[in-house]
Ligand binder design. Structure first.
Ligand SMILES: Nc1ncnc2c1ncn2[C@@H]1O[C@H](COP(=O)(O)OP(=O)(O)O)[C@@H](O)[C@H]1O
Ligand SMILES: [Mg+2]
Length: 250
């Protein structure tokens, strides 16, 4: 057995509401991810998916449990300590870029922070834009000058820039038109597999996750209620909740 790339052990997150502590958003979540594995985390809105991703990216602290990344305990680590290994792509690409800076600056920022020269970063940005299917002159455009799909491509380029081991995609295609959504999923699939990157693909659309992922985890009210190979989950779900999710009743 090789050591998992990521291990979540009994993660718990409790939020306060209306000044009262005690809403359990994530309730004892445990799972492992192997190097290069693509895992789908599915569940209706409010089930705790983003909270799990935000804890892995170290944007939120868990109240209980442990996060082990590449054999290191990062449960209390800061964002900067994990950002070379874990990058995130969010639902609203336009909001995730600074509106006053070009896409090229946004994509290249982490390269400059990693000590590359401006010229090296510029060359690498051009390569990254090409890898996500954007023309080189897009480096000079601002977020409001491109479409949602194009901006999401740039967000993927930015996430890939420092070659993370794990990409967290939180509803990364949910805000896009169906055809653009399919293009972005195809792009992600190609990049992840080509680079041997692991991916946690968070999504409420079961069919999309079924096509894309090696394994699915079904989340309901803060807990993983079912997990397995995508086709098995979709064709013979064991939990009533999973059936409702697949039938899109939720
Ligand atoms: N910062 C927060 N403060 C209070 N409650 C929150 C916070 N973030 C999320 N929640 C609540 O936790 C639950 C899970 O949210 P979230 O992880 O965003 O779910 P999902 O991504 O599956 O839609 C929801 O009920 C949400 O309202
Ligand atoms: Mg969410």
């Amino acid at each position: 057995m090789t050591t998992p790339m990521l291990q979540l052990q009994n993660l718990k997150k409790i939020f306060s509401r209306n000044g009262q502590a005690g809403f359990i958003a994530v309730d004892g979540v445990s799972f492992d991810m192997a190097q290069g594995e693509c895992v789908g985390l599915i569940g209706e809105s409010g089930s705790g998916k983003s909270t799990v991703a935000n804890m892995i990216a170290r944007l939120l602290n868990p109240d209980e449990g442990r996060i082990i990344l590449d054999s290191a305990d990062v449960t209390r680590a800061g964002v900067r300590a994990v950002c070379r290994k874990v990058q995130m792509v969010f639902q609203s690409p336009q909001e995730s870029f600074d509106p006053r800076r070009t896409l090229g600056d946004g994509v290249g920022e982490s390269l400059l922070n990693a000590g590359k020269s401006a010229a090296e970063a510029r060359e690498e940005v051009a390569r990254l834009l090409e890898a996500v299917g954007l023309p080189p002159d897009f480096a000079g455009r601002y977020p409001h000058e491109v479409s949602g799909g194009q901006c999401q491509r740039a967000a993927i380029a930015r996430a890939l820039a420092i070659r993370p081991k794990l990409l967290l995609c939180d509803e990364a295609t949910s805000a896009l038109d169906v055809t653009v959504q399919a293009e972005i999923v195809a792009l992600l699939s190609r990049l992840i597999r080509g680079r041997g990157m692991a991916c946690l693909f968070i999504c409420h659309d079961v069919a999309l996750a079924q096509d894309f992922c090696d394994r699915l985890l079904v989340m309901h009210r803060g807990k993983i209620v079912e997990e397995g190979p995508p086709d098995e989950i979709v064709q013979s779900p064991k939990q009533e909740y999973t059936k409702l999710l697949i039938d899109s009743v939720l």
